[in-house]
Design a protein around this ligand. Structure first.
Ligand SMILES: NC(=O)C1=CN([C@@H]2O[C@H](COP(=O)(O)OP(=O)(O)OC[C@H]3O[C@@H](n4cnc5c(N)ncnc54)[C@H](O)[C@@H]3O)[C@@H](O)[C@H]2O)[C@@H](O)CC1
Ligand SMILES: [K+]
Length: 474
């Protein structure tokens, strides 16, 4: 599990550990990890050109100490100080190692502006870390503009983003990769900040941390959570998923929801809906049967004018038999308040905007905030689709999905996702696990069928089996 802790949690854990260690020990752990990550990325250190952007806090201290370590390994290291006050120990270490220092406010000239007169090969962003407020001051913006196009490694977080929310409302650094310390932060997992962080490399500091607010499943977690058939399983013990999706106007949504539900993770799929769509479903998936008892419902996609009635029928059956329900697309607009059955709602940003009476742009700028808000308001698990899909519970616990490919942004992909999650609900996972495991599998299946190229949604359901086969042993 990749875990993201808040700044407050990190500060408390660091204080507890620092009390037991010699002064500066944690910063040196951070700096060694940072220097090694930069050296690995460069492939060598001797004669390489590294530029440090150094702010006033310990984030700048990390950059200076890492710069000193790189300078001792033969790199040409220059530090641009963005404040009159920078970490004194780090500055002394860089100077002692032969690094160049350009004080704050000194005009360093055009064309990269380095003392070498040549383009740096990498910029180390030590402007601000977890002590920073969102945004960049003019000096930092000017320095970044002068090295535009040079790959940036962010120290701890890309400077300027909001660390705990993943929001990035003001100017910020866009990093090729980020080296973070002790634990991940929400900004590494949640967009739009996660996009600015690039690949994230974690340096262990040995912190003792509490339960995280945001986490991200890894293959081993999915393998551990995945429902697998017991030796004496039969189709009913493995779970039956019922699909109420599609209509005469939108038959494809029914077919694709079934394609997801029929991924093989539940024992049986039932389709309940328009007779002509049911015929087409049976042609495409001969194993699918008609109405009867189920263990979970998938409802909503492509139900058009029938959405309200279809939702009402599914909820009535779910109430009577205490079943979980996945609600998607058209049916989302007919929810009026907290659900009284276990449920997963799967809106995209536009649908969530309508549900919360907000602008779509606001939802996209603050996805973590609004996923949690919707989960609270509707009293159930909410999955907000996006590059890093978020799954939130009413108490705020959130998982971010980091599998997937931009090729998955294609019509019908959401229908397949709803079906896969429905199968996991029927197989017995609780709504939070079903939604987050389903989202992970869906993203991984898309990457598998895409192989770097285009895909169509119908392929994704079938590829879930190959993803499951490739999971590590539980
Ligand atoms: N506390 C610890 O034990 C450790 C901290 N480490 C590093 O220390 C960092 C936190 O250091 P600090 O608490 O000193 O805080 P930061 O270095 O993140 O920044 C705080 C300083 O930046 C200024 N500032 C705030 N917002 C700004 C903005 N938008 N633009 C420009 N300047 C701004 C503040 O006035 C303050 O002086 C971590 O992110 C990490 O890099 C690591 O060395 C690991 C150990
Ligand atoms: K930074």
């Amino acid at each position: 599990m990749r875990q993201a802790h808040t700044v407050e949690q990190v500060r408390a854990a660091e204080a507890a550990l620092m009390a037991r260690l010699p002064e500066g020990a944690l910063m040196m752990r951070a700096a060694h990890g940072l220097a090694q990550a930069v050296a690995d990325w460069l492939g060598s250190t001797y004669g390489r050109r590294v530029l440090l952007l150094v702010g006033s806090g310990d984030n700048g201290g990390d950059a200076l100490h890492a710069g000193a370590l790189l300078a001792r390994r033969g790199a040409g290291v220059e530090a641009w100080l963005l404040s009159d006050q920078v970490h004194a120990g780090g500055l002394a270490a860089l100077r002692a190692a032969g690094g160049q220092v350009v004080p704050a406010g000194v005009q360093t000239g055009p064309r990269w502006g380095t003392r070498w007169g040549a383009r740096p090969e990498v910029v180390v962003d030590g402007i601000v870390g977890i002590g920073g407020r969102p945004g960049l001051r003019p000096a930092a913006q000017e320095a970044l503009a002068r090295v535009e196009g040079v790959p940036v490694v962010a120290v701890d977080v890309p400077s300027g983003v909001d660390v705990d929310t993943g929001e990035a409302p003001q100017p910020h650094v866009r990093a090729t990769f980020t080296v973070t310390f002790g634990t991940h932060k929400a900004a590494h997992l949640v967009d739009p900040a996660a996009r600015a962080a690039g690949t994230v490399h974690l340096v262990d500091l040995g912190l003792d941390l509490p339960a995280p607010g945001v986490e991200s499943l890894q293959a081993a977690d999915v393998s551990r959570l995945l429902p697998r058939p017991s030796d004496d399983a039969h189709k009913y013990t493995r779970g039956v998923v019922g699909v109420r999706a599609g209509s005469a106007t939108y038959p494809g949504a029914g077919l694709l929801s079934v394609a997801g539900a029929a991924c093989g993770l539940a024992g049986m799929v039932r389709y309940v809906g328009d007779a002509a769509v049911a015929d087409r479903v049976r042609q495409a998936h001969p194993e699918v049967v008609g109405a009867g008892r189920v263990q979970a419902w998938v409802v909503g996609s492509g139900t058009g004018d029938d959405a309200a009635a279809t939702l009402a029928e599914a909820l009535a059956d779910a109430r009577e038999h205490r079943l979980p329900v996945l609600v998607d697309a058209d049916a989302l607009h007919h929810l009026t308040g907290p659900l009284d059955v276990p449920a997963v709602l799967t809106p995209h940003a536009g649908e969530l905007a309508a549900m919360l009476d907000e602008d779509r742009a606001e939802i996209e700028a603050r996805p973590l905030h609004f996923a949690r808000e919707a989960a609270r308001r509707y009293g159930c698990v909410v999955l907000l689709k996006g590059r890093h899909t978020l799954v939130s519970t009413p108490d705020g616990r959130t998982r971010a999905t980091t599998t997937g490919t931009p090729w998955l942004a294609t019509a019908g992909a959401g229908d397949v996702l709803g079906g896969v999650i429905g199968a996991l609900l029927a197989a017995g996972l609780d709504p939070f696990d079903a939604a987050s495991v389903g989202s992970w599998l869906h993203g991984a299946a898309a990457t598998l069928v895409s192989r770097g190229g285009p895909l169509v949604a119908g392929q994704v359901g079938g590829a879930v089996a190959d993803v499951v086969r490739a999971l590590p042993a539980p």
